[in-house]
Design a protein. Structure first.
Length: 125
């Protein structure tokens, strides 16, 4: 009887350990959702993108992403943008900024071939 309880206890502990690894793998994949994964719900990505964002370089927001434009707080200027699948294009007067966009946890990441990686966090007043 004691031997059976010991075996069951070992199996239960082993099962819990494996469940933790499965949970870790699932959490990792959830944290790194791409735009394509979020596009299963078409408005979900756009909804997550909209709002005030900061790069952490100052005590204020860097920009405010709205439905069809991005307002830069320090410049008091807005620029049109378009977002399609995992890309964003921001239309400045002199050039168009293009980047892959994705979220890691609550961090907005813009990965531009020309300008490198920029990270932003939701601005909280």
């Amino acid at each position: 009887m004691k031997k059976n309880i010991f075996v069951l206890l070992v199996l239960a502990l082993y099962g819990c350990n494996n469940t933790t690894k499965v949970d870790q793998l699932l959490n990792h994949s959830i944290k790194h959702k791409s735009v394509n994964e979020l596009s299963a719900k078409p408005n979900n990505f756009k909804h997550k993108l909209i709002g005030l964002w900061t790069d952490g370089s100052s005590g204020s927001a860097t920009f405010d992403i709205k439905k069809d434009s991005i307002f830069y707080v320090d410049q008091f200027k807005s620029y049109k943008y378009s977002q399609k699948q995992d890309s964003i294009k921001i239309y400045y007067p002199d050039f168009t900024y293009t980047a892959k966009v994705y979220f890691t946890d609550d961090t907005l990441v813009m990965d531009s071939h020309d300008d490198g990686i920029a990270k932003f966090w939701k601005f909280k007043n």
